[in-house]
Design a protein. Sequence first.
Length: 375
Amino acid sequence: LAGIYLHIPFCKQACHYCDFHFSTSLATKPAFLAALKTEIQLRKPYLEGQEIQTIYFGGGTPSLLESSELQEILDEIYSCFAVASNAEITLEANPDDLTKAKLKALKESGINRLSIGIQSFRDEDLQFMNRAHNTSEALQCVKDAQELGFDNITIDLIYGIPELSEAAWKQNLQQAFNLNVQHVSAYCLTVEAGTALHHFVKTGKSKPVNEDEAAQQFEILCAEMKKHDFEQYEISNFCQSGFHSKHNSAYWQQKHYLGLGPSAHSFNGKSRQWNVSNNRKYIKSINAQQPFFETETIAPETAYNEYVLTTLRTIWGCDAEFISTQFGDQYLAHLQQEAQPYFEQNLLQLKSGVITLTEEGKLLADKIASDLFYT
Ligand code: SF4
């Protein structure tokens, strides 16, 4: 059982905080689409005939593609892979692209899950982040999608924005509950090197993210989600019962996936591959039948560290027996020794051989995971 990720490397404009790979020029779009279809054919052997349970269009902004272009990509996938009849097929979309006509065509093409990049329901936040949409487009597109029969919708929200007060954050969350979406991913604003936001913070044009305020907003997030019966199945991901992202859960559960398109990563249990993060180089290499990705065999300690980092963030936790059988008893002994102080501080808990973070521990997830690493 495996998944396919497709990276669509185009955006209308650059959001100030974003360090993903994308281009704001669509000049290479036709050549990119042709190269992507070729890559689908070339990479067919990678998953060794495993059934495809999830397909995920990410980016970039996949909703910039015409629905006919998405359909052609899906047709190519269906002709090369065995796709489960109930496969989860997600499209990341921005509100300004989701007209009623577009939503209708997306539904017809077999997309059954929408991941809408709302980020905030406040125009001042959207302008601060240089998003291409406004609040009314955000509200309207969710209502239109629901009317047209989309019953599995996730939205992204961002907290920790310098001018976002606690009250405003609570209102943003309330708006998400009012819309009755099935899933919410909420991330803290991060200031990544090389982004416009990094430059603004460095030159004093923007306040830096206040870590205490961000931590406070994370606590509000967890409490509000709980109050509204959303399960926190991963630190940043919350869902109504039964609406976990199958695609992302598979990443966190070490399942195999094939990543297609510039900058996409792949994993088959033994190695990782990552495609070149440059649209023109990607197209040129594929057309010239030259290598377009690098490969790294995963060393046991790296595999263990990745396992700890990802599983600790989820409700499924870090399984002691899996560590012992997969990596060996010296890794298990290391984990037990390093985890002990955190058990004593009530930041980690152990139930039926599975280690998970406590509510307090969730605030320190990355620090705790890195202390459990094998170096
Ligand atoms: S739309 Fe998404 S991928 Fe594109 S710049 Fe904004 S955050 Fe980045």
